[in-house]
Write a protein that binds this ligand. Structure first.
Ligand SMILES: [Zn+2]
Length: 495
């Protein structure tokens, strides 16, 4: 939105002069949404409501060809606007008419319509493109992973630019139809439900639908050869799990972990309220990565997440994100605690339920593990900085904060918050400050000082604060049984 100077004289003048919009009123959309950590992420001037991606992928060559149709609404008078994208574009049409385009910055595509676009209008943008995602490097980095039998995209915070043009920021969520043709015998997995599948002339096309708002980085594609299981939860929610056929020694542990998805989803519903999407599941491609990612309805798990055997804790973490991170998304990447603090704490609650250490024991352990001079305490979970966005402290101190909150407000109020936050903010965006206000309103307690101590100070909360909030003893605390798996989830989002 442009900000006009609203002095009385200017208002009177604009009333007199601004009856027909003049060309001067149409300005370029901003090249970013103004994110604190990633200024180039997303774009200004429009809001996408739906992505239709019609793709074809050849695993042998890594060639991805596609047509993306975006439905959007303009939020200002636009002379041109940007998309975030890295592959080579051959044609763009806006409302059916050819548009001019040019590349700029690290991943910006500047699109100029044949005629300027008025504010508040629905537009369609069709982008034809082709390229090899594995050859696209941004600052020397490639988010697309090739596997022996295909390719996978699941990364945070940047993933979309490697495979489809978008307004690449979590504040612009949209629904998706993702249709991918791959050679017969190979599968294409994505978000939501498989609406249909058909084969013709050696190619099989998979049509996936995700019908609730979804952030660009949570949109995933995996092409390869998988063992797929289809099931339904007790409530009738479709469950699609997929494990690569060439996981070798990790096959059993991967399957044993993600086949707990239905049970874990049902347990999480008892903690967080109704599941927010049209499907659930998970997939393990042959990507030699330790990390996992909460891709919407279908989390990604790197093969190495199961190097030490089954890891149910990481499945709990990624499924908890479906409420905390996916349905309720952050407003700005500095608000990462809104996602990770809660996903990490859900692992503590699972541990408590399984009798492998209570959340209190885990909190006492984390506090005792890090003496006051440990650099651990210099990372502020409430605004860790881009370089520490996925630091272990965001997870551990982030979860510790929630245990301290639980002790401060009591179990009834605390578990009430865990359920009402994703329910009342469903499909929206929120900041850490929004959560603080929400917790104060729901509990009737002043909590700003409390959250400042636990989330925003680069120091260890004092023994007094910890005692009050945690009841932490200063005797040595043994590691709860669940700790090893929880700690192994810490590099879940590391590149
Ligand atoms: Zn996470």
């Amino acid at each position: 939105m442009r900000h006009r100077l609203l002095v009385p004289g200017a208002v009177a003048l604009s009333l007199l002069l601004a009856i027909p919009a003049s060309a001067a009123d149409f300005t370029p959309g901003a090249p970013g949404v103004g994110d604190t950590y990633y200024p180039e992420s997303g774009n200004g001037g429009y809001d996408v409501s739906h992505y239709d991606l019609r793709l074809k992928y050849q695993p042998k060559t890594d060639l991805l060809e596609g047509t993306a149709t975006l439905l959007a609404t303009t939020t200002q008078d636009l002379s041109r606007f940007n998309l975030d994208f890295g592959l080579k574009v051959s044609e763009i049409r806006i409302n059916g008419k050819k548009a001019a385009f040019a590349t700029s910055g690290k991943h910006e595509l500047e699109v100029t319509p044949a005629t300027p676009l008025e504010k508040g209008k629905q537009i369609s943008v069709v982008v034809r493109y082709a390229g090899k995602p594995s050859e696209l490097k941004i600052d020397g980095y490639c988010a697309w992973a090739r596997t022996p039998d295909g390719g996978v995209i699941a990364q945070e915070p940047d993933a979309a630019v490697w495979w489809f043009p978008s307004n690449d920021h979590p504040t612009d969520k949209a629904t998706y139809d993702i249709s991918v043709a791959v050679p017969d015998g190979t599968q294409a997995l994505s978000n939501g439900v498989l609406a249909s599948q058909s084969s013709k002339l050696g190619w099989t096309r998979y049509n996936w639908r995700s019908d609730k708002p979804q952030a660009t980085y949570l949109t995933t594609l995996a092409v390869g050869k998988f063992d797929i299981t289809n099931d339904k939860t007790a409530n009738g929610l479709p469950v699609v799990n997929a494990v690569s056929k060439d996981l070798g020694a990790n096959e059993g542990s991967a399957k044993a972990s993600i086949e707990r998805t239905t049970e874990i989803t049902e347990w999480l519903e008892s903690v967080f309220g109704a599941y927010p999407f049209n499907a659930v599941g998970g997939y393990v491609p042959n990507v030699p990565a330790h990390y996992a990612l909460e891709t919407q309805t279908r989390p990604f798990y790197g093969k190495k997440a199961f190097d030490r055997g089954t890891n149910v804790s990481v499945v709990v973490h990624e499924l908890a994100h479906q409420w905390y991170g996916d349905s309720v998304s952050l407003k700005d990447w500095k608000d990462i605690w809104i996602n990770e603090g809660f996903a990490a704490y859900s692992q503590w609650l699972w541990s408590e339920k399984e009798g492998e250490g209570t959340a209190q024991e885990l909190a006492d352990y984390v506090y005792a593990q890090h003496p006051a001079d440990d650099p651990f305490w210099t990372v502020k979970p409430g605004n860790p900085g881009a370089e520490n966005q996925f630091d272990g402290a965001v997870y551990d101190r982030g979860a510790l904060t929630l245990q301290a909150l639980r002790n401060k407000v009591g179990d009834k109020a605390f578990f009430g918050l865990l359920k009402s936050w994703p329910t009342e903010n469903r499909y929206g965006n929120a900041s850490v400050a929004d959560f603080v206000k929400f917790a104060e309103k729901k509990t009737g307690k002043q909590l700003a000082g409390f959250f400042d101590t636990w989330l925003f100070q680069p120091t260890r909360p004092s023994a007094g604060a910890a005692k009050q909030a945690l009841g932490a003893s200063h005797a040595p605390v043994a590691a709860p049984k669940s700790w090893k798996q929880i700690a192994a989830t810490h590099d879940v989002h590391g590149h």
